[in-house]
Write a protein that binds this ligand. Structure first.
Ligand SMILES: [Zn+2]
Ligand SMILES: [Zn+2]
Length: 303
């Protein structure tokens, strides 16, 4: 690349068409941290003494998130769930996560679904007939929310990037799903027994988090989950990528435009009374939460 860094005129290592900019390594790392800081300030996500539980899969987004939060001075503990979506895939995910934590002397909590809950994601799919990614998402959300509440963390941080959020938004808009649109936000306030949930990478694309991880020397798991193939979200991402290629910045405009002008119109569409789940104590609109109902289904299918 012959481009010069927009900030310091040194030789650029990455070009960002959507910002009409190019950066050298130190300036790109600076840009990345600034975007995270802006996300945190703008959406009122965290303030420094906060204890944050970071959902880490071992992939680029979650490890980049953990790295940048530590860089910015947060007390960030990792939380890794061994989901068993594939034998080799699971041990590889854990190995990358553990190595990252050990090299930096960071605290990591490992939650093995097989040991703690006596089921795996493929078993869950078989027993419930739910879509794999849907069931897996429900398990991940429940387990980290419960751990954060039990251990007294101030917030849960998730590594969703701009591509993830824009793809979810596209799906919600295609169905005009008012309830989901009302809840789509980079911050979900903590109340009624829920710990606050934040997505500090929402201003950064997948390509940018990959570049950050690479330039920071983070050894992340490159392989995708073996069960994700054909996932609807991947198809929405491909559509948005095609638009972005001819209109750089379209993805960010789509998502940021929703945050600035769209979401306010959906607020309140999901107001429901919550109570403690009779089985696990987590907040739910029903007698028993959807996670515990799913676990019951698994138990029944075995009996
Ligand atoms: Zn520079
Ligand atoms: Zn429950």
């Amino acid at each position: 690349m012959t481009a010069k860094c927009t900030r310091c005129r040194d030789k650029a290592v990455i070009e960002l068409r959507r910002h009409n900019a190019a950066f050298c390594k130190p300036c790109f790392l600076h840009f990345f941290r600034e975007q995270v800081k802006r996300a945190i300030d703008k959406e009122d996500m965290l303030s420094p003494p906060d204890r944050v539980l970071v959902a880490v899969s071992g992939g680029k987004d979650s490890l980049a998130l953990w790295d940048v939060l530590v860089e910015l001075g947060y007390d960030a503990t990792g939380y890794h769930i061994v989901l068993w979506t594939g034998e080799d895939y699971a041990s590889d995910s854990l190995a990358h996560t553990q190595a990252f934590a050990d090299e930096r002397g960071l605290k990591l909590i490992v939650h093995d679904l097989k040991e703690e809950r006596d089921f795996t994601i493929p078993e869950l799919r078989k027993a419930t007939g739910r879509s794999t990614c849907g069931g897996c998402g429900l398990v991940k959300r429940h387990e980290i929310s419960k751990a954060a509440a039990d251990l007294g963390f101030d917030a849960v941080a998730i590594g969703h990037n701009l591509d993830d959020e824009a793809a979810v938004l596209l799906g919600n808009v295609l169905r005009w799903d008012a309830q989901y649109l009302s809840r789509q936000s980079p911050v979900l306030a903590g109340d009624d027994g829920f710990v606050k949930k934040v997505k500090p990478l929402y201003r950064l694309t997948e390509r940018e988090t990959a570049a950050y991880a690479f330039l920071r020397g983070i050894d992340y798991q490159v392989e995708e989950c073996p069960l994700v193939a054909g996932n609807t979200q991947l198809r929405y991402k491909a559509v948005l990528d095609a638009i972005e290629r001819t209109s750089p910045g379209a993805k960010a405009a789509f998502y940021q435009g929703f945050l600035d002008h769209g979401r306010e119109h959906f607020e309140g569409s999901d107001h429901v009374e919550l109570r403690a789940c009779a089985s696990c104590g987590m907040p739910t609109p029903n007698e028993v939460c959807s996670f515990c109902r799913m676990v019951e289904q698994v138990d029944k299918s075995r009996a």
